[in-house]
Design a protein around this ligand. Structure first.
Ligand code: EPU
Length: 423
């Protein structure tokens, strides 16, 4: 296992490329199960979550080749079962369920276990697939879905108590592409990753309209075919480096971003006083730190609101921003594990019922800290950039799940970081 040592105090400057989106790549890789023909997917980030997805697809019979960000997948003959040993490692493997059911009429997938950022049930996924005609059974920790006579279109509302579901929308949308008739998903997730998946499916021959809004209409087709697709930029990786620049930057430029996907993150960083500038085409942005920053109040919300996946990183920024900031996570109210670790670095944060009250202090101090999930670990790395001393972040595998070469990118910007083996 690796750990990261961050020697605080270096100023970040320079230019890096943002990778393809992890959260768009995962369902798009799974969608290749919908056709026996080869799919070529470009800009798939080399992170452990995409590696798990590729291992799951390979174990199910897919033929996969991967080289420098391009994945070629052919799912000619596939099994209807996703193997537990691989599925249990990544909650997002649940998104093989919809395409498998549509292609094979049966899908056996392990029920995802607990997760450090919250309970994360899959009731909405199942409600949607049941509405399409699937029979749902639970046995031995597995969910078995069967649709002997095929799936048929239906009207489905996917709103849960915490709002829409991203992977649930993906699952139902993928299943509905091959269903008989029309499916209407109300209260669909409108995240750019859902739209990227819909674009991938439409290029395969699906008939999907309204993706990227809360109402998606899918007219089922008989079959889908192989295509080539380039995954959208990772807005959360971009946001994480934007925050790094706001914490410790003197002009950090990020290439291969998408301005439209970054509006809420840009607003939050600008409201805290820092400078964000995009080029005319919106695919390059430069962030500069303002020494006279101010606190902000943030509430996470489904897209286009402020993303829960940026909540921890903004908390790290606000920990050393003057004033009191209030951060509420309405999507995952238990997603505050990073706060306990930031407090070990001296941060003044109180968490109560899904809300963190952050009183900014002038400087954090280094401490040994532990990564608990992907975005929490990113927050610790960001906090360590300007902390006094050298911070050791253990359990780095959490960050490797979703950030491609994060230590190399930070080094390119001038940060003083070392990846070393945990003893
Ligand atoms: N929910 C239910 N029932 C369901 C599904 C979800 O109640 O059947 C609840 C969840 O518990 C949560 C809310 O609905 O309170 C939203 O969860 P959602 O289903 O949208 O989450 P997800 O699709 O499992 C994706 C991302 C997460 C991101 C969330 C929210 C991927 C692979 N994962 O998860 O990303 O936090 O949407 O935007 O796309 C990350 O990248 O670090 C990450 C956790």
């Amino acid at each position: 296992m690796d750990k990261l040592i961050v020697h605080g105090g270096a100023t970040l400057r320079g230019t890096i490329n943002i990778s393809g989106s992890k959260n768009a790549s995962l369902p798009i890789l799974a969608a290749s199960l919908l056709t026996p023909e080869p799919c070529i997917i470009r800009h798939v980030p080399d992170v452990s979550d995409t590696n798990y997805m590729i291992q799951i697809l390979s174990a199910m019979g897919a033929d996969v080749e991967r080289s420098s960000g391009t994945v070629r997948i052919t799912c000619e003959t596939i099994s209807d079962q996703a193997p537990y040993e691989l599925v249990r490692r990544m909650r997002a493997s649940i998104c093989v369920m919809g395409p498998l059911l549509a292609r094979k009429g049966r899908a056996v997938v392990s029920l995802p276990g607990g997760c450090v950022i919250g309970d994360r049930p899959v009731d909405l996924h199942l409600r949607g697939l049941e509405a399409l005609g699937a029979k749902v059974e639970f046995e031995g920790g597995n969910i078995t879905l069967t649709a002997k006579d095929g799936l048929r279109g239906a009207e489905i509302n996917l709103c849960g108590t915490h709002g829409p579901t991203v992977l649930g929308t993906d699952n139902v949308m993928m299943a509905a592409t091959l269903a008989d008739g029309m499916t209407i998903i109300e209260s669909a997730a409108a995240e750019p990753e859902v739209l990227d998946l819909a674009n991938f499916l439409n290029a395969m021959g699906a008939n999907i309209q309204g993706a990227g809004t809360q109402r998606i209409v899918i007219e089922g087709v008989k079959e889908l075919h192989g295509i080539e697709h380039t995954v959208i930029p990772d807005r959360i990786e971009a946001g994480t480096f934007m925050v790094a620049a706001a914490i410790a930057g003197e002009g950090v430029t990020l290439c291969r971003v998408c301005r439209d996907h970054l509006k809420a993150i840009t607003d939050a960083i600008e409201q805290s006083g820092h400078y964000v500038q995009f080029n005319a085409s919106g695919d390059v942005c430069t962030v500069r730190r303002n020494g006279h920053a101010r606190g902000v109040d943030l509430v996470t919300a489904p897209y286009p609101g402020f993303p829960t996946d940026m909540q921890a990183q903004m908390t790290a920024l606000l920990a050393t921003t003057p004033d009191v900031s209030i951060i509420k996570d309405t999507i995952f109210p238990q997603r505050f594990m990073h706060c306990a670790e930031l407090k070990r670095m001296g941060a003044d944060i109180k968490v109560d019922h899904g809300t963190a009250v952050v009183r900014g202090i002038p400087q954090l101090s280094a401490a040994p800290v532990m990564a608990s999930d992907l975005r929490a670990s990113a927050a610790l790395v960001l906090a360590a950039l300007t902390a006094k001393g050298s911070t050791e972040i253990i359990r780095l595998y959490h960050i490797d799940r979703g950030y491609e070469h994060i230590d190399e990118k930070l080094l390119m910007l001038g940060a003083n970081v070392e990846r070393v083996k945990e003893r």
